[in-house]
Design a protein around this ligand. Structure first.
Ligand SMILES: [Zn+2]
Ligand SMILES: [Zn+2]
Length: 329
């Protein structure tokens, strides 16, 4: 069974469950742990059966619930080195130590507690553990997700907010295997430390995942070929962004080569370069301030209708506030 379930997509949080064979991967954890679990239940996805989390980049709309979710489920997190480093810095902004020092500290702590382990010991991800004090700052919603009893627990020394059950590193351009799913990470142009998109491949089905990109460079176009499902960003309508409420500096950032893909740029790609192979085209990461779902849909539909051969492609919209019905192959 191959299944693709978008739990949320947009600047207020992104997360998707990809299932292939016996393996289930959460792509990004940009909602609180409680909200992620709620949406998974709505979409008939069981959080307890997730095997891993993989992260596209360290912006908060992709990682807001990461630490709590990974610890609660006791599952590994896959990052690029630079994204992991940026995420750790984001969680510990006042910490006066370099990344190398932090790694050394983790190594020493792990060695002291469990001589042969290279990851924090299992009790660190015990959901009953009451050491989430630091996460309260990182993501207030997650504190609500924790058991109310926790608030009454006796105070403990704050633990490392970036502690995870296990961390695995990958590099853009180097495919990796997570259980039954092959993952091909590729670099995308976006203003983060080392942002990536993914192609997931399982049971002969290929699913491409490309949001948070300022434009579609040749390496991304190459990755988007011959896929059965294409999740592509359709972030903003150019006119709405220009006339909208954002300050000029933010507008410039969104419009830049390392910002977000507009409806128009998405449509241009669909009209002129897309190979038409996908059964499903899913538009994602729609802006709530500078876009409207129907505008994104119409712009993409026009582009696809301009090519009669692509009418068989099913066009779907991934939304911010509710999960998209699972796409099954
Ligand atoms: Zn984003
Ligand atoms: Zn981003």
């Amino acid at each position: 069974m191959v299944r693709f379930t978008v739990l949320a997509s947009g600047s207020k949080g992104n997360s998707t469950v990809v299932t292939g064979g016996k393996t289930r991967i959460l792509v990004d954890a940009g909602l609180s742990c409680r909200e992620l679990f709620r949406r998974m239940k709505l979409a008939n996805e069981d959080p307890a059966t997730l095997d891993a989390i993989i992260i596209t980049h360290e912006h908060s709309d992709h990682v807001a619930g990461l630490a709590v979710t990974a610890r609660k489920l006791g599952i590994p997190v896959y990052f690029t080195h630079a994204t992991h480093r940026a995420w750790v810095r984001w969680l510990t902004p006042r910490r006066q130590m370099t990344y190398a020092q932090w790694l050394e500290q983790c190594r020493q702590q792990a060695a002291a507690r469990m001589p042969e382990a290279d990851v924090p010991p299992a009790e660190d991800c015990d959901p009953e553990d009451s050491g989430d004090t630091v996460d309260l700052a990182a993501n207030a919603n997650d504190s609500e997700a924790s058991e109310p009893a926790r608030k009454k627990a006796k105070p403990e020394a704050p633990r490392d907010p970036a502690a995870l059950p296990a961390v695995h590193y990958f590099e853009a351009g180097k495919p990796l295997q997570i259980g039954d799913i092959s993952v091909s990470p590729f670099t995308i142009p976006h203003d983060a430390a080392d942002p990536v998109g993914f192609v997931f491949h399982a049971e002969g089905v290929r699913m491409a995942f490309a949001t948070d990109l300022g434009y579609i460079p040749p390496n991304v176009k190459a990755q988007l070929k011959s896929v059965d499902l294409l999740l592509l960003e359709s972030n903003h309508d150019l006119e709405m962004l220009r006339d909208g409420p954002y300050p000029w500096s933010v507008k410039q950032r969104v419009l830049s080569r390392v910002g977000h893909l507009s409806n128009e740029a998405c449509a241009t790609y669909l009209e002129s370069e897309y190979d038409g192979q996908a059964t499903y085209v899913v538009l994602g990461h729609l802006s709530e301030s500078n876009n409207m779902p129907e505008l994104a849909r119409i712009t993409a539909e026009r582009a696809l209708n301009g090519r009669a051969s692509l009418l068989a492609n099913r066009l779907l919209l991934a939304l911010q506030h509710e999960p998209l019905a699972s796409i099954c192959f």
